[in-house]
Design a protein around this ligand. Structure first.
Ligand SMILES: C[S@@+](CC[C@H](N)C(=O)[O-])C[C@H]1O[C@@H](n2cnc3c(N)ncnc32)[C@H](O)[C@@H]1O
Length: 282
């Protein structure tokens, strides 16, 4: 299965739970917009493309910010189920479409603003030579000169303690010959990136960087279990992609147990690192 298929399947299956557990992404989105709207010369009207729009939360947040939405908004997402939910929630026919960030059905220089919240790490599989570069070039193609691109990406270091538990369980499965294909094993299925990698990709795709920060944004959960529920809603099928369907529930249980046992009881501080970038199309 290709990375596209894995991610699409993940979000198709998780869509209904994702929409009730997206507080992390909503906070990231608000932070990204606060950064964007304090940059100089941000287009305040015209066309706006939301890449990896999910359930269309950006449209809601923008409508709450602007009394009359000054943009012609369009959201695209790889997951048909996410798009179905976005259409159902917004009842704005034509605003949401299924498509891949690497192949955007828009004319060259046609967009004034592109926003993408918490998406581009899903296009980052360095172990298989897959990077978000093709999608960044696509955004560069459709943005007009001086158009802006604002994006947030999971930063390297995110969720290390959960990843450690995941790796311990995967190591045991690999040792026992239980994975479907060891060659596709990934030690970080989220695809978190370094800041300089993200910046270099934008620089080599005709962008100028206005703002680029890696921020540590710890989030407190009532317990490790509550955090594990959020990871489950976010990436169950991505994490378990190499596990037989019938064994997924047990394997997930083992990862969560391993994670809980590695920690003290009580509240859990999620180690979240986020990259925020605003770039201008040269
Ligand atoms: C963490 S969710 C973020 C959704 C939304 N931007 C938000 O702020 O809630 C990531 C989204 O990216 C979408 N996605 C992942 N890879 C994609 C691709 N290649 N093209 C378009 N969308 C993609 C997923 O389907 C999912 O809806």
């Amino acid at each position: 299965m290709s990375q596209r298929e894995i991610v699409q399947r993940n979000y198709d299956k998780q869509a209904s739970t994702y929409v009730t557990r997206k507080h992390l992404q909503t906070a990231n989105l608000n932070r990204l917009l606060n950064i964007l709207f304090t940059q100089p010369q941000v287009p305040l009207e015209g066309t706006l493309l939301d890449v990896g729009c999910g359930d269309g939360i950006l449209l809601d947040v923008l409508m709450a910010r602007f009394p009359a939405l000054p943009y012609r908004y369009q959201g695209i997402d790889l997951s048909p189920e996410m798009i179905r939910i976005a259409q159902e929630l917004h009842r704005t026919p034509g605003c949401f479409d299924v498509c891949d960030a690497e192949n955007l059905p828009f004319e060259d220089d046609s967009q004034d603003l592109v926003i993408s919240n918490s998406v581009f790490h899903w296009l980052n599989v360095p172990e298989q030579g897959i990077t978000p570069e093709a999608a960044i070039r696509e955004v560069s193609r459709i943005l007009r000169k001086d158009g802006k691109f604002a994006l947030s990406i999971a930063g390297f270091g995110t969720t290390m303690r959960f990843l450690k538990a995941y790796r311990n369980v995967m190591d045991r499965l690999i040792a026992n010959g239980k994975l479907m294909d060891n060659t596709f094993y990934r030690s970080d299925p989220i695809g978190s990136m370094n800041l300089h990698t993200a910046v270099n990709m934008l620089l080599s795709s005709d962008f100028r960087i206005d703002f680029a920060h890696l921020e540590y944004e710890p989030v407190i959960y009532e317990s490790p279990l509550k955090f594990a529920e959020v990871v489950e809603a976010y990436g169950y099928d991505v994490f378990l992609n190499l596990v037989l369907e019938s064994e997924k529930p047990d394997v997930w249980c083992s990862i969560v147990k391993e994670f809980e046992h590695s920690l003290q009881a009580g509240t859990y501080v999620h180690d979240q690192y986020m990259i925020y970038v605003v770039a201008t199309r040269k």
